[in-house]
Design a binder for this molecule. Sequence first.
Ligand SMILES: NC(=O)c1ccc[n+]([C@@H]2O[C@H](COP(=O)([O-])OP(=O)(O)OC[C@H]3O[C@@H](n4cnc5c(N)ncnc54)[C@H](OP(=O)(O)O)[C@@H]3O)[C@@H](O)[C@H]2O)c1
Length: 306
Amino acid sequence: MKALVHHRAGRHMLRLDTAPDPRPGPAQALIRVVAFSFNFGEVAFRTPELPDGTIPGWDAAGVVVTPAADGSGPPAGTRVVTFGWSGAWAELRAADTGELAVVPDGVDLGAVAALPVAGITAMQAVRRLGSLLGKRVLVTGASGGVGRFAVQLANLAGAEVVASVGSPERGEGLLEIGAAEVVVGPQAMTGRVDGVVDNVGGQQLADAYQRLTSGGVIAAVGMASKEPTTIDFEQARINHDRGRIETFNITVPLGGDLRFLVRLAEQGRLEIPVGWRGDWNSYQDAVGQLLSRKVAGKAVLDVRSA
Ligand SMILES: NC(=O)c1ccc[n+]([C@@H]2O[C@H](COP(=O)([O-])OP(=O)(O)OC[C@H]3O[C@@H](n4cnc5c(N)ncnc54)[C@H](OP(=O)(O)O)[C@@H]3O)[C@@H](O)[C@H]2O)c1
């Protein structure tokens, strides 16, 4: 089969190549991939030490070719969206049946390929903030994949959402999907927030901490800035700041949460933010745009038409 593989000497350490077909385990379905999406982490933080030829990729949507041998999961011909820690960027993928959701006919397989990691991260991070009815929540990196999902899900959970972005242009479309306010960096906001989903780290995390109410929570999701964070806790003590910062990692298996998000998308209550879409032969353009902060939301690559 054809696959987008890790290749240290390739541009962005990638190359379109041939690779052996995957051999599914007993609780895995074989999927013919229609589309996959790129996540910042798997593009920006992929270790060079990975053996050449390894197929990376977390998120892929497609159609079941061979159902799981143990009887779990959907039958052949079912449209599904899948997650796994590797193997998504290929024509065929072996997917754990606990890490997939059936996709109804009305939902586009390309768009839904953008859901798994970014959507579930946003959902689980928002959930980590506790009950949000009538609360105020800040989302940093709100222009990105996790950010655009987090804005919508925090709004759906009853919060007033402040969306923080790098420039006014990067904030386009955020009011329409549920932000009450868009600011350029946490420093530009007024007042305090009860919860934060932080995707950026560095100075933005330090600034967000200063804006937290006592008892508020920050879910520290990511470090898109690639900057470490310095927080002046002495100053925080003087200010009587008593909020807490929790490191966040996505929890798997995520099939149950994925089914919930697919249902929201089907009902038109969750917009899947696809900011770049194209043929997978154009993967270099997609990576370049994502890393240079030009994608509003997610980058989706079409492997073949549904
Ligand atoms: N812990 C977990 O389980 C988990 C799961 C998923 C993702 N993550 C992490 O969460 C972060 C966000 O992921 P994502 O998929 O939403 O990424 P993304 O789509 O690339 O969005 C990241 C956003 O961060 C902002 N940013 C600020 N400084 C940046 C810089 N120097 N380079 C790039 N972006 C910068 C950008 O917004 P502006 O251009 O508006 O500033 C960008 O839209 C990443 O660090 C990712 O690794 C963690």
